[in-house]
Design a protein around this ligand. Sequence first.
Ligand SMILES: [Ca+2]
Length: 190
Amino acid sequence: MKKFFCFLVFIGLVVFSQCIFAASNRVNNHDFESGNIGGWSTWAVTDTLSASANRTPGGKFGASPSLNAENGPFELGALIQEFDDFRSGDTVCASVWVKTVGLKGAQGTDVFAILKLEFWSGDKVVSSRESSGITGTNDWYEMKVETVVPENTTKVKILLLLWNKNGTGNIGDVYFDDAYIGNSPRPSYI
Ligand SMILES: [Ca+2]
């Protein structure tokens, strides 16, 4: 009986923690386990889903954008989500796990994977914050940005960004997975 009670408590804690995480992480399809990129808009990137690189425990998919768009290539490209429920003065914490394999520019220049937050007022960007970028080959690494929502912000955007510093396009691969945005840092149990 005692073991059964402990089992019920354990199940309850698992369900509770998942509910808390679901409530606190505002990113839709944050782990790409829907098997598509639903919830994300794309800007100048293609090849956005990968079944070969995943960071989510028990998962199958990550996102793998490329700047080599059919109508490109471009210097910048991103997967993007926007949120209208952050208020000026709020703390905003964002993070994403990223992995790179031989990532560089099509012409030998550097290409960086970056986590960026943009703060919009109406149709204008009023400010932005971004992580340091990584390039080349790196194992899974958690990029983080934490700041305070500036005055007059009406919309916050999270961008999983690729930037070719001195040219266009890229070769090699970048993988993003398990994106997060909320008013407090990502819970430690995910
Ligand atoms: Ca995943």
